[in-house]
Design a protein around this ligand. Structure first.
Ligand SMILES: [Zn+2]
Length: 343
């Protein structure tokens, strides 16, 4: 157990951006071809329907690794285990979903190749298209994990795995699945439905963190840390613009967890879900959202509990008070001279 000593520093007192409740998806316009994907609510969570397009797989059923093979090889994950729903553990090599050959061999292999190129470049100077690639790659991991969990839950041989997810969660992932059709089709967004953050780490290793209650993901790929918050219409990225000051400052593990705690907590206090309208025409997907995004008030005591819990999850005990009053938070985000890293 590690004890960490932190310095008190001030953090922004208000979080003005996101709030979210129920997802509404509306398809408008003419369909000039057969339904381009089977929506989540009509999807079959079995071994015969493609996790991405939802169609029944004709011919050979291929298995798509949720964490791609190249990643498992690079970070030696193959035989290691990951926790999914209800503390179920599964080996990375067995965390697979059914996939049709078109989605597997065309769309997803292009996505993997594009993502690897960005990783090799250290995720620097990303274009809008590059951001889309990161969003799709991370989104696929999150969505495919949920798909796998649902197929396990639907397995009557394993009732101990618990009940089906709530309607709200279901709606949330339905929206998510729509977004991921951007892996298959060129897509235009009137507003980016994501917030993306990139940081550097002091150490090279693999680390993965997410939350069940809302779509978010933090992944450390060697020296690169990628944090994605989904369905916030870029509000959290705008709010935490000052985090970009430490984009290239190598972070310790505790600093990484603290940053993640700020971002995940902010996503957790969203209090209104945006509407998304999709339109598919001539092989082009358009997704528009016109909703304002709001958050509940940033509660420092709640945040302190949240941060403490995230530290505890990774085996770090912090005995000091985290919220010392009046929005002053004990922070690890300091330099060698005990000066705050973020001004
Ligand atoms: Zn497919």
């Amino acid at each position: 157990m590690e004890v960490v000593y932190l310095l008190t520093a001030e953090i922004p007192s208000e979080f003005h951006c996101a709030q979210i409740t129920t997802f509404h998806i509306q398809h408008v316009g003419n369909y000039m071809e057969k339904q381009f994907y089977i929506p989540f609510k009509n999807s079959e969570f079995n071994t015969e329907n493609c996790f991405l397009c939802g169609h029944k797989i004709e011919g050979k059923i291929t298995r798509e690794h949720v964490f791609p093979k190249w990643l498992q090889k690079e970070f030696d994950l193959w035989d290691k285990t990951i926790s999914i729903t209800n503390e179920t553990t599964i080996q990375y090599k067995n965390l697979t979903v059914p996939c049709c050959s078109k989605c597997n061999n065309e769309h997803l292999s292009i996505l993997e190749s594009n993502f690897q190129k960005l990783m090799q470049k250290g995720f620097k100077e990303l274009t809008s298209f590059d951001e889309q690639v990161v969003f799709d790659w991370c989104g696929k991991i999150l969505y495919a994990t949920r798909h796998k969990e649902l197929s396990l839950l639907y397995d009557r041989q394993k009732p101990e795995l618990g009940s089906i997810i709530s309607d709200e969660e279901f709606q949330s992932y339905s929206c998510f699945q729509l977004f991921l059709q951007s892996i298959r089709y060129e897509t235009t967004w009137n507003v980016k439905p994501w917030s993306l953050f990139f940081f550097e780490s002091e150490t090279e290793s693999f680390f993965y963190q997410t939350r069940v209650s809302f779509p978010c993901l933090s992944i450390k790929l060697g020296k690169h840390i990628v944090i994605v918050l989904f369905e916030d219409n870029n509000a959290i990225e705008n709010h935490f613009e000052n985090f970009k000051q430490i984009r290239f400052t190598p972070l310790s593990f505790v600093q990484q967890i603290e940053i993640t705690a700020y971002l995940f907590y902010s996503a957790s206090i969203k209090a209104k879900i945006p509407y998304y309208h999709s339109h598919f025409f001539n092989g082009h997907l358009t997704v528009n959202s016109s909703s304002d995004i709001y958050s509940k008030e940033f509660d420092y005591d709640d945040f302190a509990l949240y941060y403490r819990m995230m530290l505890f999850e990774v085996g770090i005990e912090f005995k000091e008070k985290i919220h010392t009053g009046n929005g002053m938070i004990n922070t690890s985000l300091i330099d060698k001279n005990n000066e705050p890293l973020i001004k």
